[in-house]
Design a binder for this molecule. Structure first.
Ligand SMILES: Cc1cc2nc3c(=O)[nH]c(=O)nc-3n(C[C@H](O)[C@H](O)[C@H](O)COP(=O)(O)O)c2cc1C
Length: 218
């Protein structure tokens, strides 16, 4: 009888420990899990958004300035003056002359920390007819050099009617994220400044296509 009572006690103690362990595992799983109904729903939403963004229609126009005498400026937003970004620019310009401005030669602080050399760069850009902006891909986006420069822009008519070509140069084969974000920002800039957005190149083939546009070929 005494033994039976002892056995019962041990059994119920084991049952309690088992229940506690089960409860702990369940709580841990629910904390680590990404599949709560809310998270799963927002994940599906995010997926749809990405799909929609990837489908942005980029309709470009023909350039306005195709003559030899047009003033062409290349704004290089790479840390490298002679890197992949500027190599792609060389392809777009071909044998047409151009001035290269390397943002790495200038000190442009974050917005709110003064203008630094911003006006020195702007004064060289504002007389251009053809503007090529080149950025390497940093973390699936344009470089900080370019974004900081853009943050300093003050809307005016200095660039009205100029042709804008854009280079987005990354090492991955798929640059959908970087292209879409850079396109979105520079599309807004071109609308606000009255620029004629001709196209974006991320490959040699696209650079050759843009070169042909620049020299007035179809
Ligand atoms: C800080 C940093 C972040 C980068 N992030 C990416 C990236 O997200 N995707 C990508 O394809 N390449 C990335 N890269 C690689 C550069 O985009 C690539 O090497 C580019 O061609 C460099 O151009 P450059 O020679 O003009 O500097 C990154 C490079 C650096 C330095």
């Amino acid at each position: 009888m005494k033994n039976k009572g002892h056995l019962l006690k041990t059994f119920s103690l084991l049952l309690t420990i088992f229940a506690l362990v089960l409860g702990t595992v369940a709580v841990t799983n629910s904390l680590n899990s990404n599949t709560s109904p809310v998270t799963a729903k927002s994940k599906t939403k995010a997926k749809c958004k990405t799909k929609a963004k990837a489908g942005i229609k980029k309709q470009f126009v023909n350039p306005r300035h195709t003559s030899q005498s047009a003033k062409r400026v290349f704004l290089n937003a790479s840390e490298n003056k002679n890197g992949n970004t500027s190599n792609l620019a060389k392809k777009i310009f071909g044998n047409r002359s151009y001035q290269q401005i390397n943002l790495t030669d200038y000190n442009i602080p974050q917005i709110g920390q003064g203008d630094g050399d911003f006006n020195k760069v702007w004064n060289q850009l504002k007389n251009a007819d053809v503007l090529v902006i080149g950025t390497p891909v940093y973390w699936s986006n344009m470089s900080g050099y370019l974004k900081t420069f853009i943050d300093h822009l003050k809307i005016n008519d200095d660039l009205k009617g100029d042709d804008l070509y854009v280079i987005v140069q990354g090492s991955d084969a798929n640059q959908t994220l970087a292209i879409n974000s850079t396109y979105g920002t520079l599309k807004r800039v071109s609308v606000r400044f009255g620029l004629n957005f001709v196209g974006i190149a991320q490959t040699d083939r696209q650079a050759t296509q843009l070169h042909n546009k620049m020299i007035g070929q179809k």
